[in-house]
Design a protein around this ligand. Structure first.
Ligand code: HEM
Length: 413
């Protein structure tokens, strides 16, 4: 490894000192990793201009995710000024399990984890395989295509739509709503994005209300997630109508853009790396570790948050209760203190204890679904198109939290 010289060190220290997640330059979205490395080396517990802290070291994140005595997930104090406490976005995000603590979080999580049973996940496999083949047929017929629109984005909407039993011809609006609602979580929020996010919550609520009412009239079997949530098999306090609706919306959103980005970012890593493609062709069983490596190298969810609830020492200073933290998963997953050659895409990497699904009590409840989708989609595509190549015009989305592409043109002739 080449050591940085003095000028590079000074420049990295300046990048770290000036870092402001609310004012990110365009180059950051193309490649945030030099900025993350500068923060990690020079200011791993970085105080942002708005008084919040931005953390980049693996060991800090791993410890914080598992520590419920000093940190919580409740975002009411931060979302009230950001969204307005009577706004649809505020109601939605503060009712989602992910931004709550026990006992509410435990109650909702138990229901979701119970309903997302291994049997429900296994039942997806044949339909998912057939969908991937259909998408590949269409790509083959086109020759030139967009990895995102024609492949990556088409898979999660089907999977999560099937899990919740959303009629196929009503799925068209889901992706747009999801992008607007989750997009509102980015550190910088424009008035237009706020308006779009609020409108999307209202439209999505109307849609989900009708879906739930119809399902209540005709409950389905055990592999239907929504029927299981409605039946409430946990024996605890049942979810209110509003809690059920908001958490169904959260589920539809949680599995959407993140998994699209896993497949899109993963295929981009492979299409850029002929040696990795060759290695997977020789050893197809490597797809499991390969997908973990995609999750590590280009984490679909780059940022998480926690609130300090009891004074805690971090990076040599004591942070008081009420301090808001941004946990940079994308940086932690490339921390050289945890990962050897962190910038290298090594599809056989083991161990690979990445934090792409976070850790601790809020660790992603859908990780088995995401892994299944990622493995089947990436392996299926590369098997079918061993000579696929990227063409001009890739466009990254301009988001700090959810890292992915708007468009990734490619060809399979
Ligand atoms: C590659 C795809 C995915 C990634 C990278 C991802 C990442 C994450 C992360 C980092 C969290 C923790 C958030 C926090 O506490 O700050 C989370 C939570 C969650 N995810 Fe995922 N996720 C993915 C796919 C899915 C899918 C497919 C589903 C549903 C089928 C899902 C459902 C959930 C749920 C319900 C939670 C909340 C868990 C809780 O708060 O206890 N995710 N996810």
């Amino acid at each position: 490894m080449q050591m940085p010289n003095d000028a590079e060190e000074r420049s990295a220290a300046t990048i770290a000192a000036r870092f402001d997640p609310e004012r990110l330059p365009a180059a950051f979205f193309a490649d945030p990793y030099p900025t993350y490395a500068a923060l990690q080396a020079h200011d791993s517990v970085h105080r942002c201009p708005d008084g919040t802290y931005f953390l980049t070291r693996y060991a800090d994140l791993d410890a914080i995710y598992r520590d419920r005595s000093h940190f919580c997930s409740d975002k009411k104090a931060i979302f009230a000024p950001k969204f307005g406490s009577d706004s649809p976005l505020y109601a939605h995000h503060t009712t989602s399990l992910v931004f709550n603590d026990p006992p509410y979080h435990t109650r909702v999580r138990r229901q979701i984890v119970g309903a997302l049973s291994p049997a429900a996940i296994k039942a997806m496999t044949p339909g998912l395989g057939a969908l991937i083949e259909r998408l590949c047929d269409a790509i083959e017929a086109k020759g030139r295509f967009d990895v995102i629109a024609d492949f990556a984005a088409a898979i999660p909407v089907e999977v999560i739509g099937n899990l919740l039993g959303v009629p196929r011809d009503e799925r068209g609006a889901l992706r747009g709503w999801s992008l607007s609602i989750l997009g509102a979580l980015d550190p910088a929020l424009s008035a237009e994005a706020l308006e779009r996010g609020n409108r999307s919550v209202n439209e999505f609520l109307d849609f989900t209300r009708t879906l739930v009412a119809e399902r209540r009239r005709r409950l389905r079997g055990d592999d239907d997630l929504l029927s299981r949530l409605i039946r409430d098999e946990t024996g605890g306090e049942p979810l209110s109508e509003s809690e059920l609706l908001h958490n169904c919306i959260f589920l539809l959103n949680a599995g959407h853009e993140t998994t699209t980005n896993l497949i899109g970012n993963g295929l981009r890593l492979f299409l850029d790396d002929a040696a990795a493609r060759g290695r997977l062709r020789e050893e197809p069983a490597l797809i499991a570790t390969a997908v973990e490596e995609c999750l590590r190298c280009e984490s679909p969810n780059q940022l998480g948050n926690r609130l300090v609830v009891a004074p805690v020492e971090l990076g040599g200073r004591v942070l008081p209760a009420g301090t808001y933290l941004t946990l940079c998963i994308g940086a932690a997953n490339r921390d050289p203190a945890e990962f050897k050659d962190p910038s290298t895409f090594d599809i056989g990497r083991e161990p690979n204890r990445h934090l792409a699904f976070a850790a601790g009590s809020h660790a992603c409840a859908g990780m088995s679904v995401a892994r299944l989708e990622g493995q089947m989609a990436i392996a299926g595509f590369l098997r079918r198109f061993p000579r696929a190549r990227l063409t001009e015009g890739a466009r990254r989305n301009q988001r700090a939290r959810f890292r992915g592409f708007q468009s990734l043109p490619a060809a399979v002739e």
